[in-house]
Design a protein around this ligand. Structure first.
Ligand SMILES: [Fe+2]
Length: 477
């Protein structure tokens, strides 16, 4: 049966229809001037769909096939490349020429013929560490790809030492030591309440492993690290065997559940985990966390319920108190759910956060862009944790921005000295474009826009790696 997406509720014919192609562009069209102090590659991952998913698929689209795109910058020019991650799952479907996997993280809905084939879709995030470019999806092991050709090299299990069933898509790299803190939840397989936290050396070897239990089967999509602690938030999106047996995607919101945050000392063991508690909160991604004496402060985009607007809050954990509740205060009204920072300051005292923001007072051209008014992320905002003014970049009246990445200016070490980059969907042109904004002069607009002659579906996550980082040869990989 031929591929046919018509009538699927997730894919009205439009910008986010499956794209299903791979591309190379030598010397992209650029409007403006790419600064010469940008040298490296901006990577992004999107969920694409090679085959038609079941009708009751989780409408987030997070069960699509992993597809990596790369914008490579050198000497003021940019080349573009995109490739599917050639997962076992995608290749099995290509051989069968049809969809074989069921709905999001529900193995009970898979075709029986693939019971022993890896479900990993490599569709969420991308990290360069230990001489490997890892493409991640939280329910499975990573794939590694060639950072230049984007060709898939295979699954990666850290020299056979990764014991958990999966690796989350949000590890954290300590900018001082180069260690990667990575983790798995449902770590002994679907619906298990085990969590495993790993420390991986800059050379890519597992040097520490801690196993403990989750307070309930909630999603643990992201973690945060400080110089001394690892914070593991379990939030009120839960699952059960009954839910999987009913054929539904894994998660459902349950506002009666508390938010639980496990605090594990970086040098600690399972017995040292302390769980803090707060009211139900809807959040997936965390900005940063810092040790402040006996307190830990963590900033994150979060909303109070399933459909309430997000804002940036600070959660505070008092390690000297017997009270296991964490504190909460609002620090910014930016309403985006994805916040990024200058990653050279991850886990360290820092000043700036960068977040997408929907400003409905800005113009939107419905005639050219279609009926997307009120649904676009039309701004990036930089907010200042020391109380300085918020800066705003407005992308334009027919576009919507995806996650941004911070790109340090080559040769600079000062926090925030660099550029913000992110892909925008231009609905009027039915094409995507990469906006490059001076992160210290955001109000002035993009310094350059890379124009692609086609559309990319909405992406999941992005990361920037400098040419120097990518060229680094790790001794024993
Ligand atoms: Fe994520």
């Amino acid at each position: 049966m031929a591929v046919d997406f018509r009538g699927h509720p997730m894919f009205p014919r439009g910008f986010n229809s499956p794209t299903r192609f791979e591309a190379d562009i030598y010397d992209c069209e650029v409007w403006g001037e790419i600064p010469s102090d940008i040298e490296g590659t901006f990577y992004r991952v999107q969920c694409d769909f090679a085959y038609r998913p079941p009708e009751n698929e989780w409408p987030t689209g997070f069960n699509g096939d992993g597809h990596v795109s790369a914008f490579r910058f050198a000497n003021g020019s940019v080349d573009f490349k995109s490739r599917y991650v050639k997962t076992e799952r995608l290749m099995a479907e290509r051989r069968a020429r049809r969809r074989l996997w069921g709905v999001y993280r529900n193995h009970l809905t898979d075709d029986p013929s693939v019971a022993n084939v890896d479900r990993g879709a490599a569709n969420t995030h991308i990290y360069w560490h230990g001489g490997k470019m890892l493409v991640l999806k939280e329910d499975s092991l990573p794939y590694h790809i060639d950072p230049h050709s984007l060709e898939t090299l295979g699954r990666w299990d850290f020299h056979g030492k990764w014991q958990a069933d999966s690796m989350s898509a949000h590890p954290k790299i300590d900018p001082l030591t180069g260690d990667m803190i990575a983790y798995s939840y449902q770590a002994k397989g679907p619906l298990t309440d085990d969590i495993a936290v790993y420390t991986i050396s800059p050379q890519g070897h597992i040097v520490n492993e801690v196993w403990f239990k989750s307070p309930y089967l909630g999603i643990i999509h992201d973690i945060a690290i400080t110089q001394k602690h690892i914070l593991i938030p379990v939030v009120a999106r839960t699952t059960s065997l009954e839910r999987l047996e009913s054929g539904e995607p894994m998660w459902e919101w349950d506002g009666s559940l508390p938010t639980m945050v496990g605090v594990l000392p970086r040098d600690g063991d399972a017995k040292d985990v302390r769980w803090f508690q707060g009211p139900a909160r809807n959040t997936l991604h965390f900005l940063n966390a810092v040790d402040r004496g006996n307190r830990i402060e963590m900033e994150l985009p979060v909303s109070d319920g399933e459909r309430t607007p997000s804002q940036i809050k600070r959660w505070t954990f008092d390690l000297s108190s017997k009270d296991d509740r964490f504190g909460e205060e609002v620090i910014s009204r930016s309403n985006g759910v994805l916040a990024r920072m200058d990653d050279r300051y991850l886990s360290l005292p820092y000043r700036y956060g960068y977040v997408g923001h929907r400003d409905e007072s800005r113009p939107y051209d419905t005639q050219r862009g279609g009926n997307m008014a009120g649904r676009v992320t039309n701004c990036y905002q930089r907010f200042d944790l020391t109380g300085g003014a918020t800066q705003t970049f407005f992308v334009g009246d027919t576009q919507s921005l995806q996650e941004s990445g911070f790109v340090p200016r080559k040769g600079s070490t000062e926090e925030g000295d660099g550029y913000l980059m992110g892909v925008a969907s231009n609905y009027a042109e039915m094409a995507s474009e990469l906006h490059i904004v001076d992160a210290q002069r955001m109000e002035e607009g993009a310094v350059a826009v890379v124009k692609l002659p086609f559309r990319l579906r909405g992406g999941t996550h992005v990361n920037w790696f400098s040419a120097a980082e990518l060229a680094e040869q790790r001794a024993d990989t």
